[in-house]
Design a protein. Structure first.
Length: 367
């Protein structure tokens, strides 16, 4: 059996469109009504068979793997002849009855801004949405109350018009959507005056939304059935909420952890103390041990953001910045000098390069 790709004159990596174009070209050349010779007839059969196999993705895959099977069975085996009709008669398609006026509504996307404190445990919002809703006058029927669609007297309710076309193969019946009813099979003689026969109107409605804990900027929440109503009372589309978390003046976020910087006086860093921090969900006490250095991280477990997937919370991580006083009274200066004399600290000298405080805090915060 000849190779199907060679029969059509295409490469083995040809695209479906290239295979279709090659088949159409050969079909015009070899069709019995155009070229009645016996040799042409045999080639036409081979070309049609090759196209039937290669135009079907599953059959083509089997053929490429070494299965030299035939037409593939069922209605798919007539795919080539369908393309012959498309080639000679302009792509007339068989209709399958009138189409429905009811269609699914479009999806809608709304951006919602929430505070960092709101995403710790989640929050509730009532979102105002300007969208399409079912017309209350006709309840989606598109007709003035008390009336209903009437059968199209042109297509008789089929939604399509049949026409006989003379061709090389004889008379062929073609079908096209009815221009009077636009393929619906019915005509709305008295459209609803409120929605102009659409079955829906624009309106503002309130959608209650529970925003889960742990969401972050860029997260999209899907609310099935909360989008626009479809034409003629069709089902609603979906509503998508894209979250943006506002920046906070004190706290920032790294995954599920909350980050902050705590300014500690020099004396508290030397002697140690307990500090109270106003966290986003209540006060937190942290212990400052004697001798604490700038850049150290104090971690408070389970006081971060609730995890979006899974249970538990992240941590609150506090970076320490020891503040050196710039203005001292005479008495304070004397005390510091006495302290310095008693410690006999070494003279300042160069040491290995160390990056700045905030850079070190960032590196420690981020792991």
């Amino acid at each position: 059996m000849a190779d199907h790709y060679e029969v059509l004159g295409v490469s083995r990596d040809a695209t479906p469109d290239e295979i279709k174009k090659a088949y159409r070209r050969l079909a015009r050349e070899l069709h019995p009504d155009v070229n009645p010779g016996a040799e042409a007839s045999e080639r036409f059969k081979s070309v049609t068979h090759a196209y039937d196999v290669l135009s079907d993705a599953k059959q083509r895959q089997q053929y490429d793997l070494g299965d030299q099977g035939g037409f593939g069975g069922g209605a798919q085996g007539f795919g080539g002849f369908g393309d012959i009709f498309e080639t000679f008669f302009g792509g007339a398609q068989q209709t399958r009855g009138p189409r429905s006026r009811r269609e699914r509504g479009q999806d809608a996307l709304i951006r919602v801004e929430v505070g960092l404190d709101e995403v710790i445990f989640g929050t509730h919002r009532d979102i105002e949405v300007d969208t399409a809703v079912v017309c209350q006058t006709c309840n989606g029927s598109c007709c003035q109350p008390g009336t209903s669609p009437v059968t199209c007297d042109i297509c008789g309710g089929s939604g399509s018009i049949q026409r006989a076309v003379r061709s090389l193969l004889g008379n062929v019946m073609t079908s096209s959507p009815c221009g009077t009813c636009r393929g619906y099979g019915t005509v709305i003689a008295t459209p609803c005056v409120t929605c102009q026969g659409q079955g829906r109107v624009r309106a503002r409605r309130t959608v209650p939304v529970d925003i889960p804990a742990g969401v972050d900027t860029g997260v999209r929440l899907q609310m099935p059935g909360s989008g626009e109503s479809g034409p003629a009372g069709g089902p609603n589309g979906d509503l998508y909420l894209e979250i943006k978390v506002k920046n906070h003046d004190v706290f920032s976020r790294n995954g599920d952890d909350l980050l902050a910087t705590l300014a500690v006086s020099m004396t508290d860093a030397i002697l140690g103390t307990t500090a109270k921090i106003e966290a986003l969900d209540g006060d937190v006490e942290v212990e400052i041990k004697p001798g604490l250095q700038s850049g150290e991280i104090l971690t408070v477990k389970d006081r971060g953001v609730s995890k979006l997937r899974g249970s538990g919370r992240g941590d609150l991580r506090v970076g320490v910045q020891v503040v050196t006083p710039t203005k001292l009274s005479t008495k304070e200066r004397d005390l510091v000098q006495q302290f310095a004399a008693s410690k006999k600290a070494p003279a300042p000298e160069l040491s290995h390069f160390q990056q700045g405080l905030f850079a070190r805090l960032r590196d420690k915060f981020l792991g």
